[in-house]
Design a protein around this ligand. Structure first.
Ligand code: FAD
Ligand code: NAI
Length: 476
């Protein structure tokens, strides 16, 4: 007899596994199907984020940042280390262990919440039936009252720089290098290019990043992008803007990269090339022809703001639908879908999705950039506070960067907060919460911040928006 569930989720990345757990917590009978296979051939839950994205990249960013700081910074504290060296195999073993712990953790959470984690391929048929092809065993058709599609995304491949898994690789390949490439080329100065470029540059690779756009970090506030560009240059990242890749030919010794910029044709020899020019929704083999699900012209599953597809009872969440391709955005959509299915009120506040780039200094923001506010025509004020005037940052020896608050002139509404500096990814949480609760800039000003803490920079930036900064001269 075929199985029936209240909810079947296809995909166990941060969107799908969270949706499944929340649905089970809502008292529903849930299955979550996932086919992810790691390079060792083993299946694992957690999707791109846990296996080949957020988590392994942060593990490597941490290891390499410590290594980098041990060189440049320890002596300032009086710490004498002798020659510091890095064992890449140990670093990679640690990365793999963190991934394993967290992906096993998802399996454990499924068990604890009574979610049936099914390993294999899921395909949505008509009438909310799901065809499940297990990794071992026979194909089965599962009945579901509601279905949540959470199939994620895959890297964009450029026709002139096809991935070969050896010399020309995607971000997953670049996370698993066994040696430091002497010369590393990266196509795309986005989140992946900057994070993985930093990892290998800190270990001594000569990193050249080719970016098609003229503007560096086009999505960030211009002041933040300017400071970040300066810092990345200091790290040794050679970022070439307005550079359009024309070809990448892999040979025995390396890759010949050709691109065009304002001055004409250019070429570059590298040992490895990482192509990180964005990701595309992944829906291969997910939908039967008569499933009724609609894709847009870019391949995203069409949903409304509650993540409902055009088929009643079928939701889609995470990277396979519109919006930023971020793990936390997908997870919140998962919670929303599971709660709506349980008959509760639920929504995602897309205006306050934080963005973080885990470089050094870190970059984080929420809300609008100053340029976007200016374009909107609304009168605004800004306040900034540099980490160079923050006691905790001094103690940490990490004084580069600032917090910038943008607020409305009329009602003091917080419109955007932008941070470049130490722990920006942690500090931004305060701004997200403030904006979620519609706090005013004055609310931030009147909130007590522990001393000494990096968070005081947020406090002072909010004060500075009204020319009331206490620990830094105010703009006249
Ligand atoms: P995924 O994580 O892609 O999971 C989808 C899952 O569905 C996969 O396991 C897939 O195998 C499975 N699947 C697909 N189709 C089927 C099917 N038909 N049957 C069964 N299973 C199926 N985001 C952040 O917020 N912070 C970061 O720091 C960050 N760092 C990143 C670093 C890198 C290098 C990369 C590549 C991405 C990073 N991201 C980061 C983005 C983040 O990984 C994605 O936004 C997130 O994983 C999307 O979650 P998802 O659940 O929608 O999809
Ligand atoms: P991205 O969209 O962040 O950046 C891609 C960059 O490549 C852009 O700057 C683009 O202009 C450039 N580009 C595109 N085509 C090009 C070409 N032909 N030649 C040269 N440059 C070209 O995409 P990325 O870095 O691949 O990341 C994919 C997704 O993963 C992003 O949506 C991001 O949100 C997510 N991610 C998030 C992270 C985080 O939150 N810290 C870290 C890593 C990835």
């Amino acid at each position: 007899m075929s199985r029936n569930y209240d909810v079947v989720v296809i995909g166990a990345g941060p969107a799908g596994y969270i949706a499944a757990i929340r649905a089970a917590q809502n008292g529903l009978k849930v299955a979550c199907i996932d086919e992810w296979k790691n390079k060792d051939g083993k299946n694992a839950f957690g999707g791109t984020c846990l296996n080949a994205g957020c988590i392994p990249s942060k593990a490597l960013l941490e290891s390499t940042e410590l290594y980098h700081r041990a060189h440049g910074e320890f002596a300032k504290h009086g710490i004498e280390t002798g020659k510091v060296s890095m064992d890449i195999a140990t670093m990679q073993k640690r990365r793999a262990a963190i991934v394993r712990q967290l992906t096993n953790g998802v399996a454990g959470l499924f068990k604890a919440n009574k979610v049936d984690g099914l390993v294999g391929h899921g395909k949505l048929l008509a009438d909310k039936k799901v065809e499940f092809t297990p990794v071992d065993g026979d194909v089965e058709v599962i009945g579901a009252a509601q279905v949540i599609l959470a199939s994620g995304s895959a890297p964009v491949e450029l026709p002139m720089a096809k991935f070969d898994g050896e010399r020309v690789v995607d971000s997953w390949g670049a996370l698993e290098f066994e040696d430091v490439p002497k010369r590393l080329g990266v196509v795309g100065a986005g989140a992946i290019g900057l994070e993985l470029g930093s990892v290998w540059a800190r270990l001594g690779a000569e990193v050249t990043i080719i970016e098609a756009l003229d503007d560096f970090l086009y999505m960030a506030d211009r002041e933040v992008a300017k400071l970040a560009a300066k810092e990345f240059k200091q790290l040794g990242l050679d970022i070439r803007l307005g550079a359009k890749l024309t070809s990448a030919k892999a040979g025995k010794k390396g890759v010949t990269v050709e691109y065009e910029d304002k001055s004409g044709k250019q070429s570059l020899e590298v040992d490895k090339l990482v192509v990180a020019v964005g990701r595309k929704p992944f829906t291969e083999g997910l939908l039967a022809e008569d499933s009724g699900i609609q894709l847009d012209e870019r391949g995203f599953i069409v949903v409304d703001e509650s993540c409902r597809t055009r088929v009643k009872g079928v939701f889609a969440i995470g990277d396979c639908v519109r919006g930023p391709m971020l793990a936390h955005k997908g997870s919140e959509e998962g919670v929303m879908a599971a709660d709506l299915i349980a008959g509760e009120l639920a929504e995602v506040n897309y205006d306050v999705v934080p963005s973080v780039i885990y470089t050094a200094p870190e970059i984080a923001w929420v809300g609008k950039t100053e340029e976007q506010v200016k374009d909107s025509g609304r009168a605004y004020k800004t306040g900034s506070f540099p980490f160079s005037a923050n006691g905790r940052a001094k103690a940490l020896e990490q004084t580069s960067g600032f917090v910038k608050v943008i607020s409305a002139e009329d009602d003091d509404e917080l419109l955007g907060v932008h941070i470049v500096g130490p722990m920006a990814g942690e500090l931004i949480a305060e701004a997200v919460l403030a904006m979620e609760f519609d706090a005013s800039t004055e609310d931030l000003q009147r909130t007590i911040h522990a001393h000494p803490s990096l968070a005081e920079a947020m406090h002072e930036a909010a004060l500075a928006a009204d020319k009331r900064a206490l620990n830094y001269p105010n703009k006249s």
